[in-house]
Design a protein around this ligand. Structure first.
Ligand SMILES: [Zn+2]
Length: 468
């Protein structure tokens, strides 16, 4: 009998020790919804956050986060690259959910099924007006329109077919409707309005790249007014993508208009990436006649060819425009980037895509760049605001109540980073470089990054569909 008591005690201790699958111990826990910013232990069980505690918790596995920040995993509303290569770079940048909301996809169901059970991080998409219009008009482009869907006006039969395919995508669980008016200048004002009407009927937002960019009308403010009035008239929610690259020096006025609308109870939001260059396909309508003036008076040498990094000339521009491929457009004033980063209501989103290591550095470095350059080095925004702009705000845009928060009951999508070291390393010359200072990333309770290494053969990412 004498030895039973210690044995029972040990059993009880062991049972308590099994309480959580994983404990993240003594990290500086930041939750932008409750404004918690304090040292806590987090207990994770069955893929969810089960406890957040001032006192130490016990788990089967304990990660010491002393000196590190623990925050909700970042949610990227604008990630075109939806491949294992891209998901690895997103995870190393702290992203636990990457969504293709601008161009979108079609058909929707097969796109989700191709990724289920095979993805490192969570994924999802809108149904896209661009791919739908390309299918209806038999455009020869792959990602963006190149010919028939660019300048053609839809017949009434084609417009009905476009709306039917969009409706079908929403029925299959798409997260909204994606739209890029600048890529399909042949779409009439009526066609654009009909898409907003469908979104309103289905109570889902339109994520839109405006008609065209810069200070030359129609563009800039005029292009913003078009979608704002369509949204207001139809009752649809509106999200304007990459506000800095379409508004350029008009960014402050555009933000003023969007915030003013929000104050009048219109559900309008916007986003920006922390770089002074955009990127798109050189064969798209973005580079139709007048592109230099529309982009704030830039010239050929403000373009870099993604495949080689070379600056373009009139000769190489003409050659590559026939060929097609990604080109960086160095057109966004740094002052405008800083205004968007400092604005507490502008969501951070990357607009990223890497293809065999080639692309824009934003695909790999957006989130670490905000934390390193704009929070730590330049004090453009607070750490709390940065986390809010990268997790809670996109979760709210998506109506996802269990993401973007570190609270009991939330999904265990968690990023752990070193606020003193976190930095982006991706450059225009070499965009395929992992961010640093983000040693741990968890998706649904499973580590996808551990000791700064991508974990092999784990696929906890889930497809996020509307109405789940
Ligand atoms: Zn765009």
């Amino acid at each position: 009998m004498r030895c039973l008591l210690p044995a029972l005690y040990l059993l009880a201790f062991a049972a308590a020790g099994q309480q959580y699958d994983t404990v993240i111990s003594r990290g500086r826990v930041i939750d932008p919804e409750t404004k918690l910013d304090a040292v806590r232990d987090i207990g994770v069980r069955d893929g969810r956050i089960a406890a957040i505690s001032e006192t130490a918790l016990e788990g089967r596995q304990v990660v010491n986060a002393r000196g590190l920040v623990v925050s909700p995993g970042f949610i990227d509303l604008h990630q075109h690259g939806q491949t294992p290569e891209n998901y690895a770079f997103k995870a190393r940048d702290g992203v636990t959910t990457a969504l293709e909301m601008e161009v979108g996809v079609s058909p929707v169901d097969s796109w989700y099924r191709a990724r289920e059970g095979k993805s490192l991080i969570n994924f999802g998409a809108t149904v896209g007006h661009i791919p739908v219009r390309m299918a209806v008009m038999h455009d020869s482009g792959t990602f963006l329109p190149r010919d028939r869907a660019v300048d053609s006006t839809a017949t009434s039969e084609q417009l009905s077919a476009v709306i039917d395919l969009l409706r079908q995508g929403l029925d299959e669980g798409a997260l909204g409707i994606g739209m890029g008016v600048a890529y399909v200048p042949g779409a009439t004002r009526e066609e654009i309005f009909r898409v907003f009407q469908l979104a309103a009927a289905r109570k889902t937002p339109v994520y839109v790249h405006l008609r065209s960019s810069g200070p030359i009308e129609p563009g800039g403010i005029d292009a913003l007014q078009e979608v704002m009035s369509n949204a207001a008239a139809s009752g649809a929610s509106l999200h304007v993508v990459h506000i800095t690259s379409t508004e350029l020096r008009l960014t402050p006025i555009a933000l003023d208009m969007l915030h003013s609308a929000a104050r009048h109870n219109l559900d309008f939001t916007t986003e920006a990436y922390p770089y002074t260059a955009g990127m798109t396909d050189i064969s798209s309508a973005i580079f139709s006649e007048g592109w230099q003036a529309r982009n704030g008076g830039i010239s050929y040498s403000d373009l870099t060819w993604a495949a080689t990094g070379e600056r373009l000339t009139a000769e190489s521009f003409a050659r590559y425009r026939k060929q097609g491929g990604m080109v960086a457009i160095h057109s966004i004033p740094e002052e405008m980037v800083r205004i968007a980063m400092a604005d507490p209501d502008v969501i951070v989103a990357s607009d990223g895509i890497l293809d065999h290591g080639k692309g824009h550095p934003r695909a790999a470095g957006t989130y670490a760049r905000v934390l390193g350059k704009y929070v730590r080095e330049e004090h453009v925004l607070s750490l709390m605001d940065a986390v809010r702009k990268m997790s809670l705000l996109p979760a709210q845009r998506l109506n996802l109540s269990t993401k973007g928060r570190l609270q009991p009951g939330a999904d265990a999508d968690i990023v752990i980073f070193d606020p003193e070291r976190v930095t982006d390393r991706a450059t225009f010359e070499n965009p395929a470089q992992y961010s640093e200072g983000i040693p741990y990333v968890m998706v649904h309770g499973i580590w996808v990054v551990r000791d700064s290494q991508i974990q092999d053969n784990v696929f906890p990412g889930r497809g996020i569909r509307r109405g789940q």
